[in-house]
Design a protein around this ligand. Structure first.
Ligand code: FES
Ligand code: FE2
Length: 351
């Protein structure tokens, strides 16, 4: 099984963050579907197919007029339901001159779009991310575009042993690659868990500069991957030997929830949305800015590696792989994604 490029429909994918949406149309492509997003005067966010039904011009190249979007070619206007409200020089508007709308959902700073049957968005498929809406936690977020297929990012995130090599000096220390992982797969709930608990190890600058901790620390990395586009890394750092209380409370540790939303753009491009939520230094915006800057540096190391892998993969007729123990989580994720793609009710669009 090699890295797949097929998209999985009947899924939610993050399409943008709320701070990106204004009365200037924003064009995004998700699973090959072109979408335009804009904000209406009351703040409502609208997502429409980015294709004017008249001659196919991208609506994102037009303008928002009040609560409507106007095509930049011949001026047709569409409301937030995708209904055409105005055409030049005629009063009767053809009934087919409408645009498909996309169901949206919002979690903290993220806007999710439903890729599938627009009449049947499934709220149960949205993974709860309570850290993004919790005043006891502070978050920073961003997005990096990747010139690589989305499955390469999933492989990358499900095996953090690469931190010791690709991210050495930032978040990687030798112990990450030397500590065994435990992988569990919940086929009923469609979740892959990968856990790594490191004891009495080096404290990388990412944590020593932000938590006040110093070597040695206990460092836990507990991953939950909810295919296709939602990845949660529960990172716990504490002075060596400090453990959670029997009731689960853990006041002696610092917790960073590292979230990734993996959004396929097309067969060779991906949007890598990320958010960091922390329960330490919550009111300290300088710490937030530091974490955001460092995390972006780490992500750009991944981006460079994955972009290069994509170029190599795209040029190879028969790419071969050798899988290892460290790939157990990634292989489970691939199997789950293949099954979800087969189960999806909504077929791929023909155009
Ligand atoms: S293509 Fe949009 S109005 Fe003609
Ligand atoms: Fe990485």
């Amino acid at each position: 099984m090699t890295t797949p490029t097929d998209f999985v429909r009947d899924q939610w994918y993050v399409v943008a963050s709320t701070d990106e949406i204004s009365d200037i149309p924003l064009a995004r492509t998700v699973c090959g579907e072109h979408i335009v997003l804009f904000r209406q005067t009351d703040g409502t966010i609208v997502a429409l197919a980015d294709r004017c039904p008249h001659r196919g011009y991208p609506l994102s190249l037009g303008a928002v007029v009040g609560d409507e979007i106007q095509c930049g070619y011949h001026g047709l206007r569409f409301d937030g339901c995708g209904t055409c409200t105005w055409v030049p020089l005629q009063n009767n508007i053809p009934s087919r001159a409408n645009v498909e709308t996309y169901p949206l959902a919002t979690t903290g700073p993220w806007i999710w779009v439903w890729i599938g049957d627009p009449s049947a968005p499934d709220p149960d498929k949205l993974t709860a991310l309570p850290w993004l809406d919790n005043p006891d936690w502070a978050e920073v977020h961003g997005m990096e575009p990747l010139a690589a297929r989305y499955s390469l990012l999933i492989d990358n995130l499900l095996d953090l042993s690469h931190e010791s090599f690709l991210h050495a000096g930032l978040i990687g220390t030798p112990e990450v690659a030397l500590t065994p992982i435990e992988t569990r797969v919940d086929e009923d709930a469609d979740v892959v868990y990968v856990e790594r608990h490191m004891e009495s190890v080096e404290c990388p600058p990412f944590y020593s500069d932000t938590t006040g901790l110093s070597t040695p620390i206990d460092r836990w990395q507990d991953i939950e991957y909810h295919p296709v586009g939602c990845y949660i890394l529960h990172s716990r750092v504490a002075a060596a030997g400090v453990v959670p209380r029997p009731d689960g409370a853990d006041p002696g540790a610092a917790h960073l929830t590292v979230l990734y939303a993996i959004t396929p753009v097309d067969e060779h491009n991906t949007m890598d949305f990320w958010a960091l939520a922390r329960d330490f230094a919550v009111g300290d915006s300088a710490i937030g800015e530091y974490l955001a800057r460092m995390n972006r540096e780490v992500i750009l190391q991944d981006v460079r590696a994955l972009d290069l892998l994509e170029q190599r993969l795209a040029a190879e007729d028969d790419p071969s792989e050798v899988s290892l123990k460290i790939d157990t989580g990634a292989l489970a994720a691939r199997r789950m994604i293949t099954r979800l793609a087969e189960q999806a009710q909504t077929p791929m669009p023909t155009r």
